[in-house]
Design a binder for this molecule. Structure first.
Ligand SMILES: N[C@@H](CCC(=O)N[C@@H](CS)C(=O)NCC(=O)O)C(=O)O
Length: 311
């Protein structure tokens, strides 16, 4: 539990060679600085056990608009656990720190463990909270059937990323809005950085998600496959995609992902209010597609809306 100290140390490491060059220090002085830095590194390591930083038990790194975040956030809220959300500006964490969101930092004994990937995060909290309240945690049980459905839903989530970016990347203001530049919860320096780096970030997104006509068409086909499958499953009036009367985490995942384009009032549970892309602000082609889906998959849409009404 030394995150802040590690950050200070990283700054010192970058400053050290500049100081050596600036003051024209000797080799012996440079070696002295390296020894000091090593000592400092060791002190920080020891301080993790002797005087750990005061950090929340569960800290969820997010970007506010993310539907993968919403999948996890909703499950946390349903489980009723206390956690602190730490929002960042969209794309910065991925392309400069190599991490995706959601990312969970959890106190585990005397150390802090880091878990990325929404499904792995849900496996962890299920394992951790099951002994405390098995009944409450039951909706997170990763049965083989649920895990298989989750795998397909996660691909729906990825196809939606391609779909969204295909539509909004050419609209700088809208993309920046979705990444959090108008969100007071995004650190101010990140909001500024996003405005400056927008062309680079947009290019990296285009490259990493392969935003082009062919991939877009494939993604829309995949999205519609999943929506048609949900529409068919829900025909018998079931409460859950896999049948039965109880909602489980795969239902919340489907609703969270669908929420990205349907934008129900409660999307984000109050944490995404400043990053919403309302339908009347969406580009015309995006809006037309949303309206087409609402018409083509009415059962799935009203089921998601009813889940969100109780979010
Ligand atoms: N497989 C990952 C996918 C997560 C993902 O793609 N997250 C996006 C946001 S929806 C992300 O991290 N983007 C990087 C960023 O904006 O910093 C999961 O299930 O958590």
């Amino acid at each position: 539990m030394t995150d802040n100290r590690n950050l200070v140390f990283a700054v010192l490491v970058f400053v050290a060679p500049i100081l050596v060059a600036w003051y024209g220090l000797s080799v012996a002085a440079a070696v002295g600085i390296v020894v000091l830095l090593l000592l400092c590194r060791w002190m920080i390591t020891l301080s993790g056990f002797l005087a750990p930083e005061n950090k929340p038990d569960l800290e969820l790194a997010t970007i506010s608009a993310s539907h993968f975040v919403e999948k996890v956030r909703w499950s946390f809220d349903r489980l009723g656990i206390e956690y602190t959300e730490k929002p960042a500006g969209g794309t910065l964490g991925a392309f400069f720190r190599g991490r995706t969101v959601p990312q969970l930092k959890a106190k585990t004994g005397s150390v802090r463990s880091v878990i990325g990937n929404s499904s792995d995060i849900l496996r962890y909290v299920y394992g951790r909270y099951l002994p405390e309240d098995p009944e409450k945690a039951a909706f997170l049980e990763p049965t083989a059937e649920r895990v298989e459905l989750e795998r397909r839903l996660d691909l729906y989530g990825v196809s939606l990323q391609v779909w969204v970016y295909y539509h909004i990347l050419h609209d700088r203001d809208l993309a920046l809005h979705a990444w959090g530049v108008n969100n007071p919860a995004t650190p101010a320096w990140q909001r500024l950085l996003l405005r400056i780096l927008f062309p680079l970030q947009a290019a990296l997104i285009r490259l990493s998600f392969k935003i082009n006509d062919t991939h877009f068409a494939k993604s829309v086909a995949r999205i519609e496959d999943v929506l048609a499958d949900a529409e068919a499953r829900l025909e018998d009036g079931r409460a859950s995609l896999l049948g039965g009367t109880e909602v489980n985490y795969t239902d919340l995942a489907f609703a969270a992902f669908t929420g990205l384009w349907l934008m129900p009032e409660a999307y984000g549970g109050g944490k995404a209010d400043h990053v919403r892309v309302e339908r009347d602000r969406a580009p015309a082609e995006m809006r037309a597609e949303i309206e087409r889906w609402i018409e083509a998959y009415p059962r799935a849409v009203s089921w998601v809306e009813s889940l969100y009404a109780n979010r």
